[in-house]
Design a protein around this ligand. Structure first.
Ligand code: CA
Ligand code: CA
Length: 146
């Protein structure tokens, strides 16, 4: 377990996982959260590289969404796969980012991320509704980097 994960209590980690579980009961989109201390590349490049490393580009409906947070650098990105981007516009990403940032400013990463997940659930549930034969294609656990 990375030292970064110790920033979160078990309860906080569970809150994030529960928010993902809850969202994925409304939408077929697959949501993942990645925390690391520093972003060593251009933010968007790094977010895309984590996205691909977590095999988020391999979902059946190409509808994965990654919330990427570099905690010490205070950098955040939310990125979606091809089909997400066809349906979700910049205004939504921006709103989501701003809501999340409000909590991050106070150091509350758990609440910030959970809020973003709830917004994603509302935004995605009509366009990518939960399917009866849903498969949990991507782990709901938080991914921790260095
Ligand atoms: Ca699923
Ligand atoms: Ca999942």
């Amino acid at each position: 377990m990375s030292t970064l994960s110790k920033l979160f209590t078990n309860k906080q980690r569970q809150e994030i996982v529960d928010a993902i579980l809850h969202a994925e009961k409304s939408t077929s989109a697959e949501i993942r959260v990645h925390f690391e201390n520093h972003c060593k590349e251009i933010l968007m490049d790094r977010a895309v590289s984590v996205f691909n490393k977590l095999k988020m580009d391999k979902t059946k409906d190409r509808n994965g969404v990654l919330i990427y947070v570099a905690i010490k650098d205070r950098l955040t990105a939310i990125i979606g796969d091809i089909n997400i981007n066809k349906h979700v516009d910049k205004v939504f990403w921006n709103d989501c980012y701003l809501e999340m940032s409000e909590y991050f400013k106070k150091g509350d990463f758990t609440k910030g991320v959970c809020t973003a997940i709830q917004l994603l659930e509302i935004e995605l549930k009509n366009r990518f509704p939960y399917q009866k034969d849903d498969v949990d294609e991507l782990s709901n656990d938080i991914s921790f980097g260095q």
